[in-house]
Write a protein that binds this ligand. Structure first.
Ligand code: HAM
Length: 421
């Protein structure tokens, strides 16, 4: 039988790498909680309509990338390709708006998009993100962006990432702008790619997102959305920029940033990094003041972002980070079968006292066990041989300094406790 392998575009996170995930997850949990955000966990699959209505039928995600299937009762189900629509569904279902006028939530977990796999782009990938409901004021936009900024800084990516910011205005502004953009593009329609020709009909704003050099050149003279802002749009965007500046958050304004999901209005932003290659977005988000209503809730303004965890790790690796060894307090080396019961019970006592300890179940030679102890990243080796069993003692070797000493077995927990006190 041929060897079974993980599906294209999916990856195992191996034990030697999971430490790095946990380091980042810790920063995310701490930073979000510090600003009053609490974790929400929604199901991995949802009614397909959550995404088709929420993200938009014409978006790439819904039209090409969803893993959907018909369930036995005929319902169309979909593995979540993003989390904002799921969180909004949950917000409406549980009436979270009634509990408090402002709801702040964060999340972490796997998502599924059938994209062409490449560096930083998988079919199963992981995101963390936040969503804040209940205010259309720009101070909430500033708060959300500052959390993204703080997580990037906390994970040492501040220096190698750039905040790109734009406002795509209110619905009124976008409708006027779409017409102006179409008028501008119409004489050159035959020069556009098939994708852009389609977008011309369905969502002309997305043409600004094009990767084609030809189209980019053509768009250089295109009208700008900022010329179509209403007074309120302009005041909102100006205040946001002022708030970011007082928080020392630097940004560049990218008037062509539109983002690929249909639910956005006004503020949109992305943190990009040159450390990533062609898939350069570390994190993206924006305001979605109409989405709660579109999914059947009361009109509720909201804003959030999501970030690719794998991309955070790739960017961090570019800083020359090496794999951090497992940081055990001790490795138990046992010489001879007679010591096994003592090793098991002493290890158990240590673990109850919150001391990390691993032991060797292979009954190997002293030399092999000591090699393993060093490899495991343990600070100490605890050695139990025939003499030690007889005298109820242990040899403790400091693997960093090379020194060793003998202690009573009954003093083992105290030995480790004294180190930390
Ligand atoms: P998004 O831009 O589709 O936004 O995804 C956010 C981030 O997820 C991207 O910047 C990227 O880092 C990561 N990402 C996306 N697709 C992949 C992939 N195939 N493989 C690896 N990483 C990927 C959203 O998902 C919105 N829900 C963000 C949001 C939240 N807007 C408001 N609230």
């Amino acid at each position: 039988m041929s060897q079974l392998r993980s599906i294209k575009g999916t990856h195992d996170i191996l034990p030697e790498h999971s430490n790095k995930w946990q380091d980042l997850e810790k920063i995310i949990h701490e930073t979000c909680k510090r600003s009053g955000y609490r974790e929400i966990r929604t199901p991995i699959f949802e009614d397909t309509r959550v995404f088709s209505r929420g993200v938009g039928e014409d978006s790439d995600i819904v039209s090409k990338e969803m893993y959907s299937w018909e369930d036995r009762d005929g319902t169309s189900l979909t593995l979540r390709p993003e989390l904002t629509a799921s969180v909004v569904r949950s917000y409406i279902q549980h009436n979270l708006g009634i509990l408090s006028p402002i709801q702040r939530m964060y999340y972490m977990g796997p998502l599924f998009r059938r994209e062409r796999p490449q560096k930083g782009r998988q079919r199963q990938f992981n995101q963390f993100g936040i969503e804040a409901f209940g205010s259309e004021n720009p101070e909430l936009d500033a708060e959300v962006i500052s959390i993204a900024w703080n997580i990037l800084e906390g994970y040492d990516l501040g220096e190698i990432s750039t905040l790109q910011l734009n406002s795509i205005g209110s619905t009124e502004c976008r409708n006027n702008y779409k017409e102006a953009l179409k008028d501008f593009l119409r004489p050159n329609l035959n020069q556009l790619s098939d994708t852009s020709k389609n977008r011309f009909e369905t969502n002309p704003l997305r043409i600004l997102d094009t990767k084609s050099e030809n189209e980019r050149r053509l768009l250089e003279k295109a009208p700008l959305i900022s010329d179509y802002y209403t007074d309120e749009d302009r005041a909102h965007f100006d205040s946001l920029q002022q708030f970011l500046s007082v928080m020392n958050i630097s940004f560049i304004i990218n008037p062509k940033l539109v983002r690929g999901l249909d639910y956005y209005s006004r503020t949109v932003f992305e943190f990009t990094s040159s450390a990533l290659g062609s898939q350069d977005a570390l994190l993206g988000g924006g305001r979605y003041d109409r989405l709660v209503e579109m999914l059947g809730g009361k009109p509720t303004p909201a804003i959030g972002f999501a970030a690719g965890i794998e991309r955070f790790l790739i960017a961090r690796e570019s800083l020359g980070e090496t794999i951090r060894p497992l940081n055990n307090n001790a490795y138990f080396v046992c010489l001879g079968e007679a010591g096994i019961p003592d090793v098991l019970s002493l290890s158990n006592t240590l673990r109850k006292a919150k001391i990390n300890v691993v032991s060797d179940p292979l009954r190997r030679s002293l030399k092999s066990q000591m090699r393993e102890a060093n490899k495991s990243g343990s600070r100490f080796a605890i050695i139990l041989g025939t003499n030690e069993i007889e005298n109820k003692t242990l040899v403790i070797k400091d693997l960093k300094k090379g020194e060793q000493k003998i202690i009573l077995q009954s003093d083992l927990t105290k030995f480790f406790k004294d180190l930390t006190s």
